[in-house]
Design a protein around this ligand. Structure first.
Ligand code: GTQ
Ligand code: FE2
Length: 352
């Protein structure tokens, strides 16, 4: 009996007992290199902004913990911005409250526009102004309250795709006997910042959990000052001036599953090409420039977003006359933790 026939016959008999044997027409078990479903995508701010405006005007923000968001959808996937995380743009209007809840997904916000909003994270309150980064680690209660005037717009990133693929989804709406569906504010409303905000000096006996970042907010002013200091170093061949938001206790990534960076590309910078496992999303904070990803070229400007798919060659450049600033989130902490991280760089400044 030919092998193919034997396999077919076995397939039929094994099926009754939830067993399988590989068939000649099955796709290969392994590919030489990653062949991701995730696509590298460019979203233009000028396309999204009018639709965000409509979203704010035409879509209600109900109670019970829903959010009013525009999701950055990856066309290669059933859901998600990449196969591990979701990036969404949240709109909240003056006087509105996004009520409290908690979930097993890790989340953070990077503020795009507006001022006067506050996020309450487990009783601590942090302002959300342009360029601020606020974390809501897995399991923390959080609500957002907008006390300012004019719409607030921020980028939310949550490791929802990863959480779903691991089938570890938990969600709980909040309820409090006196404050209802928003949390009361602690007597020390910014405890994590007071304890860990300097980064360099910390209370020696503050309790911390291994791997969990106790610092909940990184202000735009702090990040800008750090980036200005780093600009005095030798240019990084891949990223020019780049800093990672770090857990001040162990120096690890800001979140367990997601690392965030801020970088500045100065005029004339031509970055080396690299590729690595893991996916990333960029938000253009200011300026313009271009990134080649595989055989695509994204000419980006302020307010744009783009993703880089796993193992895609990519290189940044700034051919203009102004500095450009990019915020980035990536899922490499997951790959590193599990031993799946790999990277390569090319000497040339352009992928071929
Ligand atoms: O603000 O808590 O974009 O729970 C998606 C889920 C934002 C949030 C999102 C969420 C939130
Ligand atoms: Fe949430």
């Amino acid at each position: 009996m030919a092998d193919a026939e034997a396999r077919r016959a076995l397939k039929a008999d094994l099926a009754r007992f939830n067993g399988r044997v590989s068939q000649p027409d099955d796709p290969p078990l392994f590919t030489r290199e990653p062949e991701p479903d995730v696509q590298s995508v460019h979203w233009r701010g000028r396309d999204l902004m009018p639709l965000l405006d409509r979203l704010g005007r035409e879509v209600d923000l109900g109670a019970g913990g829903p959010r009013r968001t525009l999701r950055l959808h990856n066309p290669g996937l059933a859901f998600g911005t990449t196969h591990t995380f979701w990036g969404s743009i949240q709109v909240i209007l003056p006087g509105e409250v996004a009520t409290a809840h908690r979930h097993s997904a890790n989340a953070f916000r990077f503020i795009m526009h507006g001022q006067g909003s506050w996020t309450n994270v487990d009783g601590e309150c942090y302002p959300m102004n342009e360029g601020d980064l606020v974390l809501t680690p897995a399991g923390t209660w959080h609500d957002h309250v907008h006390k300012g005037s004019g719409p607030m717009i921020w980028l939310d990133v949550l490791d929802i795709s990863l959480m779903r693929s691991l089938q570890a989804t938990f969600f709980e709406p909040y309820s409090h006997p006196t404050t209802g569906n928003v949390q009361p504010v602690d007597a020390i409303p910014d405890r994590s910042l007071r304890q860990f905000g300097s980064g360099l000096m910390q209370p020696p006996r503050a309790p911390v959990k291994p791997g969990v970042n106790p610092l909940l907010a990184y202000s735009a002013a702090m990040a800008e000052a750090a980036l200005t200091q780093a600009a005095g170093l030798t240019s990084d061949p891949l990223d020019d001036v780049v800093l990672e938001y770090r857990n001040p206790v162990d120096g690890g990534p800001a979140m367990r599953t997601m690392a965030m960076q801020l970088q500045r590309l100065r005029p004339g910078f031509q970055g080396q090409a690299r590729r690595h496992t893991g996916s990333k999303l960029y938000y253009v904070v200011s300026g313009d420039g271009s990134t080649t990803v595989g055989d695509q070229r994204f000419d980006w400007r302020t307010g744009d977003f783009f993703t880089v798919a796993p193992w895609a060659w990519h290189a940044h450049s700034n051919g203009g006359t102004q500095e450009a600033t990019l915020f980035q989130v990536n899922d490499t902490p997951v790959l590193k933790a599990l031993g799946y991280y790999r990277e390569e760089t090319r000497e040339e400044t352009r992928p071929t």
